[in-house]
Design a protein around this ligand. Structure first.
Ligand code: MTE
Length: 327
């Protein structure tokens, strides 16, 4: 658990689980407030899922243009957990979803401040994902109660979607016709490639992120690591888009001229990463290693950072390049 990354846009709220209630409202047949006991009475499910922050690998995009105010993440903000809780679909069935509902909004009990306004972090997913996408309202991570930093007493886990939709310290679920107008859906976590000259950080005209794209990440060797010449071991993780299984992971030791198939070390589930390993014969000198993957939908990764660049540096899944010094 100590190795699970974390990202919060405000202070961690202090919540007494005895007083905590989950409000479910909007376009439902019966408005309801659930206590933890009420939710524990519903079937408990387990879900193994990798949480991936939309800012994963943003640092590489900074080589193209500065991104003031954004965290320069490398491969750190991705972690896998075994989550336990109730299925969102079961809770929605308990309240009855009205025919007009199309989106499910989650709002947390933290208090973010933006432009002088204070509000709970939030965002929405479409109803189809909410009903069929294995979305969990989790109370446990890896067999223990959720630590405060990860959303105690309850958080959403939207597997396969950007981490921002997995709202922590969940307080309210609202069924609605339109996507959430929460700042973190309508003004951030959107892919926009044109800069608004009057407000260079504005991405409100972009497309709201949902599924995490196919990605393959080299973890070892680390950038600029010195390695001994000969057979060099290259390791990392990969994950398909939207729960798609991987069909191929490969590594190039020479700028894409040759590709070496990687072996699976630990096979992921539909919603979690797969660890892979490849070996390449490297002579002394500076080399760029590249990793890329393909998934069952046929999705491939763009080869260059220019193709994935966007104003706030989200969802970078260009071929991952790592330079190493071989001695
Ligand atoms: N939920 C709330 N309430 N507040 C937040 O700031 N951050 C989001 C998401 N859920 C956030 C939140 C983001 S951007 C990510 S990547 C994940 O939580 C990180 O979850 P973790 O801290 O458990 O790793």
């Amino acid at each position: 658990m100590d190795h699970f990354f974390t990202r919060s846009h405000a202070a961690i709220p202090t919540i007494d689980a005895r007083d905590w209630r989950l409000e479910v409202g909007g376009l439902v047949d019966r408005l309801r407030q659930f206590s933890l006991n009420d939710l524990e009475a519903l079937p408990q499910r387990q879900l193994t899922a990798t949480l991936v922050c939309a800012g994963l690998r943003r640092a590489e995009l900074l080589s193209l243009a500065p991104m003031p105010g954004e965290l320069p993440w490398g491969p750190e903000p991705a972690s896998t957990g075994v989550w336990t809780g109730v299925m969102l679909a079961d809770v929605l069935r308990a309240v009855g979803v009205s025919e007009r509902a199309r989106h499910v909004e989650f709002v947390g009990l933290d208090q973010v401040e933006r432009h002088g306004h204070h509000f709970g972090f939030g965002g929405s997913i479409d109803l189809e994902k909410a009903l069929n996408g294995d979305v969990l309202l989790a109370t446990e991570l890896n067999g223990a109660p959720l630590p405060p930093v990860h959303g105690y007493p309850m958080r959403v886990v939207v597997p396969g979607w950007i981490g921002a939709r997995s709202v922590k310290w969940l307080g309210r679920i609202t069924l609605q016709e339109e996507p959430s107008d929460n700042y973190f859906q309508s003004r951030a976590y959107r892919v926009q490639r044109e800069i608004n000259p009057s407000d260079p950080r504005d991405v409100s005209a972009g497309i709201a992120l949902s599924g995490v794209p196919l990605n393959a990440v080299i973890l070892e060797p680390a950038p600029d690591q010195a390695v001994a010449a000969g057979q060099v071991r290259i390791r990392g993780w990969a994950m398909g888009s939207a729960g798609q299984a991987l069909t191929k992971v490969e590594v190039s030791p020479n700028e894409g001229r040759d590709w070496i198939p990687a072996q699976t070390l630990v096979e992921g589930t539909a919603w979690s990463w797969t660890f892979w390993e490849a070996t390449a014969l490297l002579p002394p000198g500076r080399h760029t290693l590249i990793a890329r993957a393909v998934d069952r939908s046929g999705a491939m990764q763009p080869s260059s950072l220019q193709d994935t660049w966007n104003v706030r540096g989200y969802a970078n899944n260009a071929w991952h390049r790592v330079e190493v010094e071989v001695r």
